[in-house]
Write a protein that binds this ligand. Structure first.
Ligand code: AMP
Ligand code: MG
Length: 539
């Protein structure tokens, strides 16, 4: 392995802009909102901003991009990642995609405020696409301004890094910059526009290609473009599948079904609700992408969605995420149908989603309980029984699973036991102690007996079970109110909490005894506060 280059600048970055070089470009070079036909992207430049300052950066991302710490703290870094300055080798563009929004075909969407800088190839030969979100108008901006505000940028920056450290496939974030300019937003679309600080996140991923990239060309009958984009995607990001052919297209789609299923299992494991699972927000690599009005389950409520825009239908509620992913994959199947020409094999590939999701979900639940093997004779009841209990009284999902590891089981005698003492570790997970009726306690007790049998069956010691559980049940997640507190301070010019949360969430499974104030239930004031329990698409 080579040492990373010792450079305090960004000049050593090597770009290989395959997307731009291999796919058809929009011949119109003027930058104004329009329908872009017959092309995969349009060349654009970011808007110049008044006073770029870096609020935070991810040292892990800088590290794999081989950008030295000193370079991250330079003026040049702020200028480049706020869009004011280019580095040699960058070729900037906004890409064309479409999408189904809330179940309805929305036509052309595209990178309306994301500007791609190009793909960096690091010394390991890894490809990392860089993208500025909030860097100004593009041909895909429709009626909007191409900008982003600080609050949504803090949320994207912190959450995408937190998700990575939780082991959830996700796009990453290199930097969060203030532009020094104001952006007008009417947060709840209720006639209260306000000037907010403008910000730009530099997102990083192997690719930002979405289901909607394929859909737009299929919808327009641009079959040559559809094939070119698919071949490009397979050659660049799925080379192990071989040279594109009808069979390879199918194998590729099956892989997308599999990785998407795995991503959703992770979301369900950590209690993440994406909030806007439109097909334009589904990554072809099975990465969590586009952090908008997302949220974390605090009390376990399968019907919960943080997105106020989706309040009536709750299409993107926690419990519906697997079904939405499946539906979205169905739309992708429709889009690539012209390349395959047969329905049956696409249906078979879609079944892979159902199968993989089912198996991995069972295994995930088994692991959340510290057990090693899924037992078909007992575990379906065990899982269903537990989820019913979590719903029965307001229970904090994260704290419950974490603290369940502390309940002394394995060699306890249930006939002669002090129930209160046994259940003590779970006390912190309940929001409304009055809900803990004798009926609830007796059901919980019965469930613990079943769980105990499985622990005995696997011969698990308390220590091993705790260790196994703590590896998959995080102690720290980016609770909605925590992000909001960091935003409140940042809007006053104090970025310390962003840095603190970024550091905390690098080790979400560690106890971090000096940080336990971040591992508590949502405070009462946050229950109904905007940004904490309710979010809109405004960003
Ligand atoms: P989202 O709901 O953030 O996934 O965005 C849906 C579509 O709207 C995408 O094509 C975005 O690029 C575009 N979009 C969202 N916000 C803006 C904005 N402020 N300016 C331009 N385009 C935007
Ligand atoms: Mg989006």
């Amino acid at each position: 392995m080579n040492d990373p280059p010792k450079s305090n600048t960004l000049d050593h970055l090597k770009f290989d802009n395959r997307f731009v070089n291999e796919l058809p470009s929009d011949p119109e070079t003027r930058n104004y909102p329009r329908q872009v036909l017959g092309a995969c992207y349009s060349k654009v430049l970011p808007a110049k901003v008044a006073k770029p300052t870096i609020v935070a950066y991810s040292k892990e991302v800088a590290n794999f991009l081989e950008i030295q710490e000193q370079a991250c703290q330079s003026e040049s870094f702020a200028q480049v990642f706020a869009g004011n300055r280019l580095v040699a080798g960058m070729e900037l563009y906004a890409s064309c995609y479409g999408g189904h929004q809330f179940g309805h075909w929305a036509g052309q969407l595209g990178d309306g405020r994301a500007i791609n800088l190009g793909d960096v190839i690091n010394q390991q030969g890894e490809r990392w696409a860089l993208q500025l979100k909030g860097a100004g108008l593009t041909p895909y901006s429709r009626a909007a301004d191409g900008l982003a505000v600080l609050r949504s940028s803090v949320r994207e920056f912190l959450c995408s890094e937190a998700m990575h450290h939780l082991g959830v496939p996700t796009t990453r974030a290199l930097s969060l910059a203030l532009t020094g300019e104001h952006v007008i937003r009417d947060m709840f679309y209720n006639g209260n526009p306000k000037a907010e600080p403008g910000a730009i996140v530099c997102r990083v991923a192997p690719s930002f290609i979405r289901f909607g990239h394929f859909q737009i060309h299929a919808a327009r009958g641009e079959l040559d473009l559809l094939r070119k984009l698919t071949d490009y995607t397979i050659n660049t990001h799925f080379p192990h599948l071989g040279k594109p052919s009808r069979d390879v297209y199918l194998a590729w789609f099956e892989e997308v079904c599999r990785t998407t299923a795995q991503m959703i299992v992770h979301w369900q494991r950590v209690g993440f609700v994406h909030g806007v699972m439109n097909t334009d927000n589904m990554s072809i690599l099975g990465l969590t992408i586009d952090y908008g009005p997302y949220g974390w389950l605090e009390n376990y409520d399968p019907d919960w969605t943080p997105n106020t825009t989706d309040k009536a239908e709750r299409r993107y509620r926690y419990s519906n995420q697997p079904a939405c992913a499946f539906w979205n994959l169905g739309q992708l199947a429709n889009a690539i149908y012209p390349l395959i020409g047969k329905v049956k094999p696409l249906e078979q590939a879609l079944n892979v989603f159902t199968q993989v999701f089912g198996e991995q979900w069972q295994l995930m639940m088994t692991h959340k309980l510290g057990l090693s093997h899924y037992d078909p004779d007992h575990d379906d009841d065990l899982h269903a029984g537990l989820l019913a209990l979590l719903e029965m009284v307001e229970t904090d999902m994260t704290i419950f699973f974490r603290n369940l590891a502390e309940v002394e089981l394995g060699n306890c005698n249930f006939e002669n036991i002090n129930v209160e003492k046994l259940l003590m570790p779970l006390a912190d997970s309940y929001y409304v102690p009055e809900q803990l009726t004798p009926d609830y306690i007796s059901r919980l007790f019965d469930w613990l007996k079943l769980y105990n049998q499985r622990i005995i069956q696997e011969g698990l010691s308390q220590e091993i079970r705790r260790e196994q559980m703590n590896r998959v049940n995080p102690k720290y997640v980016l609770r909605n109110y925590m992000a909001q507190l960091a935003i409140d301070k940042a809007e006053q010019g104090d970025f310390a909490m962003i840095a603190e949360l970024l550091e905390l969430l690098r080790h979400p499974y560690d106890d971090q005894p000096e940080k336990t104030e971040h591992a508590v239930k949502r405070p009462d004031w946050a229950r109904q506060r905007a940004g904490c329990s309710m979010l809109s698409c405004s960003s």
